[in-house]
Each structure stands twice: as C-alpha cells, then as structure tokens.
Design a protein around this ligand. Structure first.
Ligand SMILES: [Fe+2]
Length: 183
C-alpha cells in the first residue's frame, strides 16, 4: 500500500475534516518516533494514518471500533503487525500492547489532541509559536482537553521515552505539517 492509497481510503471512509487531521497528526508523530527508534518509518506512519479509519463506520460502537479498522487496514495491504497495533489502540478489546509499534500508536494517539488543544487556546492559534513547555503545563491541568488521556500519553515510558522528550518530538512532528492541520 502506498501512502496515497492509504490517505485516499481514509478520505473515502471519513467525512470529518478534524478526524482526518487527527490521523495526519498521528501519522506525523509515528514517523518521528520510528526515526527516533530506527524502526520502519513507512510502517509506523501508515499505521498512524489508518488507525481511526473506522470511527464513522462504527458509529461510536467501541466494541467494533478498531476491529473493523484493523480489517480495513489488512484489506489495504497492512501487515499483521500494523493490524495488531490498530486493534489494540482501543482498550475496549483488552488486547495487550506487545510490540513497540503497539506502544507507540497507543501513546501518540492522545498526544495529538493535547497539542491541538494547546495550540487553539493561543492568541494566534498556531502550532509554530507553541512551545513544548506550555504543552507540558497543559498536560498537568486535568480539566484542560480532558479527552486527551494523560495516563495513555504517559505510557511513552513503555517505549523508554521521557514525557518531556515525547512532547517535544510530538510537537515538532506536528509543526512540520501545520499547514495540513490548518494550524
Ligand atoms: Fe485516534
């Protein structure tokens, strides 16, 4: 599967522009993490890009979400490793995180939401001027972007990453694609 094929399929299955942006942001962080750990950048990036492809199709049914997604990813040519990461990013299935790819997707997913929310409360609403330190402060504010699960983000430790480094890497990754994110 090429990146273009993956993105086309995402756009075919997802109407929400914000959800597509969330998947682009996740892809960007996953690519950066892959480089950081000398893993397969294409495999990690495409896993991030596809991970929520079924959200609208499953209409909020958490028992189906990510099962269908992993099947769709397989149909597109994703490896079993990729399909497994997509499956277990939804905790409802109780499938343990095994590979580094599983662990990376699990913690990268909610970090995108925290970073986007931190950018949106800035006067210029831009990622370019957002600093990692201020994302770190927002991380500690429980009421801020409460949907961005802090425990899940903090599981970057499972990859051997300190939270500060993870936030820095994630922010840089998203700043590079700020135009695509409209931020
Ligand atoms: Fe997600």
């Amino acid at each position: 599967m090429t990146r273009e094929e993956a993105l086309d399929s995402v756009k075919d299955n997802v109407e929400s522009k914000n959800l597509v942006k969330h998947m682009l942001a996740t892809e960007a962080i996953m690519r950066t993490l892959a480089r950081r750990f000398s893993e397969d950048e294409e495999e990690w990036g495409l896993t991030g890009l596809l991970h929520d492809i079924d959200v609208e199709l499953t209409e909020g049914d958490m028992n189906s979400h990510s099962k269908l997604g992993s099947d769709l990813a397989r149909e597109l040519g994703a490896s079993e490793t990729m399909a497994h990461a997509i499956l277990c990013h939804n905790e409802a299935h109780d499938v343990p995180l095994e590979t580094n790819l599983d662990k990376a997707l699990f913690c990268a997913d909610p970090l995108t939401g925290l970073i986007i929310a931190a950018a949106l409360v800035r006067p210029d609403k831009k990622l370019a001027t957002l600093e990692a330190g201020s994302v770190r402060k927002r991380f500690k504010e429980k009421g801020f972007a409460a949907g961005a699960d802090r425990q899940q983000i903090a599981q970057c430790s499972e990859l051997g990453l300190e939270l500060d480094e993870f936030i820095k890497l994630g922010l840089k990754a998203m700043q590079k694609i700020a135009a695509d994110l409209g931020l």
